[in-house]
Design a protein around this ligand. Structure first.
Ligand code: ATR
Length: 273
């Protein structure tokens, strides 16, 4: 069987082996997908060893996505822009190639699974770290009217605006602190890791209008802190990152196997855990 794995630290809670096994069963692909915990200081050797043993492809998760990007010989355009890679494989010439399917996963979950249009809409993205940089390219490709990046550290939001200005087309891109946005947005995406500490980005409640779509890139069994706050403000279209998790995996699977799995039953199965 062809061998695949997800590499991270820690890795024991990763849902990727389960997701990819479900995809393989569904599509009739013969493959094995495991989880590998790389030592914090030995990621490169872990990757090297995996491919030397004949491994076909890796997913990369926290804290190694930037290192995976560095390590690669080649990067797809979306990985280049993301500054981080979640997918590695050898191309037909044997070059270690990096891709990033996170942004595609987010956009597919929003647009296909939840029926949310981004074109012409006003978007607010909270956070300016690696997770946000990873998804901005595919979001901008949908041509929203305006995209505001709000962050605790303003300079990081400004850095992302300068970096993505050249691919923003007609989208009005701007950076600000959390307190500044006051008007209602069409779509609000939380890409901060604040929920991990049970914190909320201190944005005004006025950014949520009657039809505002709320998307937390985080996923947990209970409603995330951010989504609970949005629900408490009266938001009704509130989604978490489970669909994004499954869709980014589906895009990696498609790259490796040339087959597109049906994500809906997989999302449902994970939701019912
Ligand atoms: P990730 O890979 O999850 O993006 P990161 O690059 O460390 O991790 O970025 C974390 C993001 O969450 C940043 O936007 C960070 O804000 P700063 O840039 O000001 O550090 C944001 N963040 C983390 N903890 C937060 C908190 N308690 N409140 C608000 N924002 C927070």
């Amino acid at each position: 069987n062809d061998l695949y794995a997800v590499v991270g630290n820690p890795i024991s809670h990763s849902k990727s082996p389960r997701i990819h096994s479900l995809f393989a069963r569904q599509t009739g692909e013969q493959l094995e997908y495991t989880a590998i915990q790389a030592p914090e200081d030995d990621f490169a050797n872990t990757v090297k060893g995996f491919f030397e043993r004949g491994g076909k492809g890796l997913n990369i998760t926290v804290p190694f996505k930037e290192q995976a990007w560095q390590l690669a010989d080649l990067r797809t355009q979306r990985a280049e822009r993301a500054g981080a890679a979640n997918t590695l494989y050898k191309d037909s010439k044997g070059s270690l190639t990096a891709d990033n399917t996170d942004g595609k996963g987010l956009v597919t979950d929003l647009m296909v699974n939840h029926g949310v249009r981004l074109a012409g809409k006003r978007l607010l993205v909270l956070g300016a770290g690696g997770a946000v940089r990873g998804v901005l390219g595919p979001i901008l490709a949908e041509e929203p009217a305006a995209l505001t990046i709000a962050n605790r550290t303003l300079a990081k939001a400004e850095g992302l605006v300068s970096f993505f200005e050249s691919v923003a087309g007609d989208t009005h891109l701007e950076a600000c602190g959390f307190e500044q946005p006051a008007d209602a947005f069409d779509v609000i995406i939380n890409g901060t890791s604040a929920s991990l500490q049970g914190d909320l980005p201190p944005v005004s409640t006025s950014v949520i209008g009657a039809d505002t779509v709320i998307y937390d890139m985080m996923y947990s069994l209970q409603t995330t802190t951010f989504n609970q706050w949005a629900l408490d403000q009266g938001a009704t279209r509130v989604f978490d990152g489970l669909g994004m998790l499954v869709e980014q995996a589906a895009e990696s699977f498609r790259i490796w196997r040339g087959k597109t799995p049906d994500t809906r039953p997989v999302i449902e199965e994970l939701r019912n855990d």
